[in-house]
Write a protein that binds this ligand. Structure first.
Ligand SMILES: [Ca+2]
Ligand SMILES: [Ca+2]
Ligand SMILES: [Ca+2]
Length: 144
């Protein structure tokens, strides 16, 4: 019975990873531990800032959320070579942009949410949500 339970648990974890579920910042006992290693240090700040910025690259339809809609939005732009698909900002729409976008998308969807101000958005009008940075820094300076 225990073996069956642990198999089910591992399967649930794997499924959660594949489907892109992520730990919720609000449920984490120490939200500033962004990289989830039980320490709060500069690594957490860098990790947060990276994902905070990646969210802007990944939120192609600029609705404040990073989800499957952005993949479809990116592919629609990419297929016609629209400037909006120039994910790496080198002035050309190429295969590199597809990799660049997918990497940013995967990093965001497999990391804890950066919505630290709890407004439901990880970007704001196509830019970083500054409220999330301030809210994160509040936790981080407080050591948790
Ligand atoms: Ca940490
Ligand atoms: Ca979006
Ligand atoms: Ca937010």
């Amino acid at each position: 019975m225990r073996r069956i339970l642990s198999c089910a648990f591992i399967l649930t974890l794997l499924l959660g990873f594949v489907l892109g579920s992520r730990p919720a910042a609000a449920q984490d006992p120490c939200p500033a531990d962004y990289d989830l290693n039980n320490l709060v240090n500069e690594d957490d700040l860098y990790a947060f800032l990276e994902i905070w910025h990646d969210a802007v690259e990944a939120d192609v339809n600029q609705d404040g959320l990073v989800n499957e809609d952005d993949v479809y939005a990116f592919l629609a732009l990419y297929q016609v070579g629209a400037p909006g698909a120039d994910a790496n900002h080198d002035g050309v729409v190429s295969l590199d942009d597809l990799y660049y976008f997918l990497q940013a998308y995967a990093r965001v969807t497999h990391s804890p949410s950066t919505d630290f101000d709890g407004d439901g958005h990880v970007t704001e009008s196509g830019s970083e949500d500054v409220g999330d940075l301030f809210a994160f820094l509040n936790h981080w300076y407080g050591g948790c």
